[in-house]
Design a protein around this ligand. Structure first.
Ligand code: SAH
Length: 351
């Protein structure tokens, strides 16, 4: 049993059942014992591996995509490049290396990193310190008078979700409570929820006020200031029933209510809702990550890197290409959605 489990049990003992979103926010973000506060979760020795950690090609292609947006915006002399949840800074470091020859791009850029984890901030300092980034925790910290280019890989899945359970012909909130002194999911109060799906008794519907709020804010800023936001995450295209809340520890699934604060907790992203909340801007996608990366030149990049590679490196390159783009691995489960307010219309990768 973890310290955070005790803290959460104490809160439930005092205040009554806790919403799933509050539970998730505490499990990940509790100031002292939250999952992201205490560790670097990435890589083989950690709990999960992300696309930029699989291959440099991922960040390089996103760098080219960002620079292309900047060019399509007529190369503004000043803009904000924001990454939300930059992890170890790998994506951004690959993206910026790949764009160093785009004349004027780095000079015009002010890099912002939105991050809650002190451990990962340190990693980002090492990877990106040379670009003088500014760390922030909120969109409100960004300037309001320049265009915004925003990128986020596996960020939305970490924002808290709520769950509803359909029982006795009505939606109820799903809550975390105590049973025999252990954490336990239970049915809470009736919930006024309009969902255009036909649930069976006991089915779960997930929704995320945090994502809706965030996407709404990003859209408003892009509408007002110009720019684009590129979100990549695992998720589903159409509003659906079913539970996707999951915990992962040491690259294995774990029960969500166990080892609280020591396992990553995420949920699949509902891209239909992301698109619906993107008010006043153009929406492109969701498109499978595989198709997106191939449209940006993944195969060509791998072939070009392979020219100077050893046999072993070549095998690793093509294994990474497959892992990032094949429909059996990340190519379809991971999706790309772009919110955009740039004059040229369609951003690269979407035809
Ligand atoms: N984008 C990186 C890391 C993904 S893990 C990669 O692809 O490798 C999720 C990232 O989001 C971590 O950096 C985590 O600390 C950060 N994060 C999670 N919740 C956050 C929040 N509410 N605000 C800011 N950053 C957050």
């Amino acid at each position: 049993m973890t310290i955070l489990t005790d803290i959460i049990k104490g809160k439930i003992g005092q205040d009554g059942p806790m919403s799933v979103a509050n539970f998730m926010a505490l499990a990940l973000g509790h100031q002292e014992h939250g999952y992201y506060m205490t560790r670097d979760p990435l890589g083989k020795a950690g709990d999960f591996t992300t696309a930029p950690e699989i291959s440099q090609m991922f960040g390089e292609l996103i760098g080219a995509w960002l620079a292309d947006c900047w060019l399509k915006m007529d190369s503004p002399s000043s803009f904000v490049l924001l990454e939300c949840g930059p992890g170890r800074g790998t994506l951004m470091s690959d993206a910026l290396r790949a764009t160093k020859n785009v004349s004027g791009f780095h000079e015009a850029m002010q890099l912002y990193l939105m991050e809650i984890s002190p451990v990962l901030k340190e990693r980002q300092k090492q990877a990106l310190g040379a670009y003088n980034p500014i760390w922030c925790e909120d969109l409100d910290d960004l300037p309001t008078d320049v265009p915004l280019l925003i990128t986020a890989n596996e960020f939305l899945d970490a924002l808290p979700i709520e769950q509803a359970v359909y029982t006795q012909s009505q939606w109820h909130s799903r809550v975390v409570t105590l049973k025999d002194d252990a954490l336990f999911f239970d049915v809470g109060a009736p919930l006024d929820l309009s969902v255009d799906l036909k649930p069976e008794e006991g089915e779960i519907y997930e929704f995320s006020p945090a994502i809706e709020h965030f996407v709404g804010d990003v859209s408003a800023r892009i509408k007002a200031q110009g720019g684009t936001a590129l979100f990549i995450d695992y998720g589903y295209k159409r509003n659906s029933l079913g539970e996707t809340l999951q915990a992962v520890k040491g690259h294995e699934y774990a029960p969500v209510l166990e080892d609280v604060g020591e396992a990553d907790i995420t949920a699949h992203v509902n891209f239909q809702v992301v698109a619906a909340k993107a008010k006043g801007v153009d929406v492109h996608g969701p498109l499978g990550q595989g198709l997106f990366l191939k449209a940006l030149g993944l195969n060509e990049r791998a072939t070009s890197l392979a020219e100077k590679a050893t046999q072993e490196q070549k095998e690793a390159l093509f294994a990474a290409l497959t892992r990032l783009s094949s429909s059996e691995t990340m190519g379809e489960l991971f999706k790309v959605i772009v919110l955009s307010n740039i004059p040229e219309g369609t951003p690269a990768g979407f035809s």
